[in-house]
Design a protein around this ligand. Sequence first.
Ligand code: GDP
Length: 607
Amino acid sequence: PEEPGAPNQNEDNLRSPICCIMGHVDTGKTKLLDCIRGTNVQEGEAGGITQQIGATYFPAENIRERTKELKADAKLKVPGLLVIDTPGHESFTNLRSRGSGLCDIAILVVDIMHGLEPQTIESLNLLKMRNTEFIVALNKVDRLYGWKVCKNAPIVKAMKQQSKDVQFEYNTRLTQIVTQFKEQGINTELYYKNKEMGKDTFSIVPTSAISGEGIPDMLLLLVQWTQKTMIERLTYSNVVQCTVLEVKVVEGHGTTIDVVLVNGVLHEGDQIVVCGMQGPIVTTIRALLTPHPMKELRVKGTYLHHKEIKAAQGIKITAQGFEHAIAGTSLYVVGPDDDVEDIKEAAMEDMKSVMSRIDKSGEGVYVQASTLGSLEALLEFLKTPEVSIPVSGIGIGPVHKKDVMKASVMLEKKKEYATILAFDVKVTQEARELSDELGVKVFMADIIYHLFDQFKAYIDTIKEEKKKEVAEEAVFPCVLKIVPNCVFNKKDPIVLGVDVLEGIVRIGSPICIPQKEFIDIGRIASIENNHKPVDSAKKGQRVAIKIVGFNPEEQQKMFGRHFEMEDELVSKISRRSIDILKANFRKDLSVEDWRLVMKLKTLFKIQ
Ligand code: GDP
């Protein structure tokens, strides 16, 4: 078997494509990974499959062996396939390289019994954002009622063994899911009918991660698709392309970084630059490590050391100064002709592009995520027009006291933004205590949507509270006309039938008579529509209103003496009442109502 770390190169000079697995929780991502790895790895009987740092390597030989039954005479040109071990989009968002996706292809897992789910759509959006090709594994076909197991069989063969009922259910569900994808703007088709490959139509492979049906098809498709459509991308190059997956403290090695070497070669002793929280980190590779291939010999903490490693590979690197390294950024090698300063600048580019997404106004929430990649995905999401939440600060890693302090700045500016959205990170005990003490809200989730839902619910309650607080002072605009023969009481209180000519009449609104030098006649105490009490009435409605005086000590103005039948009753607005309306009730007023506010503003000569 091939040594891990040995150059996995071939005559076409292609590197192994890198693949990651995405999809909604419980669709079978982990199981699928276990299934394609088989038992080989666990039993130390390599079968060519090697466990790497953060990834599993499948040599072409292994894939050829497992896809024999498909009679694919197509030559495998790539040396193998590198599958990232941690499924889900935390790792995907992390897998970036110079602004673009690092994964060459993704497997998007969909449960055939459930169809598209929220995280499927979230994954789709990430794939679109990074322009990453993918195939759909339509998993759990064995759950179709009456499924006859055909262990590890190609899907067409397995399907032929099934009853008419199973085939019918399968086709129905497949059609529904194709439609659901279409609703997301994605064309999909069963892989063996999709001859175009990657030309706007994505392939679906039905699979079972339990009994293995469709797994040969999936492996072959991954390899064929990548080598057919990505020759240029997969051509081996000497330029190092390498991404930091994780920053980890390892006993005996200090802070190490786990990387995926996408292209090029790394050597012990290479001078490298990585992006750090406190600026670029320039250091020298002390050791290049991979796990020991024979698991039973592996003692905790022992790794294989390599003088050099060629792409594509998952590697652990040890060196000085990795303490503040940021996962999800690119690693650069300083070549003999390179200027270190240029490389330092390039290494910080990733961080800069994220920093540029912070709101310039200085008002917004504080966002904390586990890696630069997930932070970027979250910022992207918060920016979409449907969400539109401004961000004033960012952080990577666990939420500490200093992050709470930074978020608390908003308490004075805009209370609802004194909030930390913590994505896939822990919150330290001290940070939690401090946030409780200061009144900084911390929301935690590992699904972007959930974070948004929590924040949205919080904002809505704050808005409702605010509305209640200022309800007394908010004056909705209205113009009322007294209905003849409907003066029920002339004063203390005034009771009238009115037509709402314009706007909205609401309980609490102060009323005056513009024609009579803006004389105040009182405040609306109650409204009745068809003898039923209501809180408000709109333009076009005829209602009875009761108006009480502002001050019980004073005599109220009187119908017939201070104002007449033909006088219009108008809500009395002020500069302050307009400001309150704008800040809290913007959406409660129609465009026409706002026009009336402007008209009254002129009438009352408000600046
Ligand atoms: P993940 O959250 O996407 O990683 O999902 P898991 O791999 O943990 O699988 C979730 C559950 O579905 C587990 O109980 C699996 O055993 C089960 N499961 C996964 N794939 C299949 C499949 O193809 N068929 C059946 N019947 N169950 C599956």
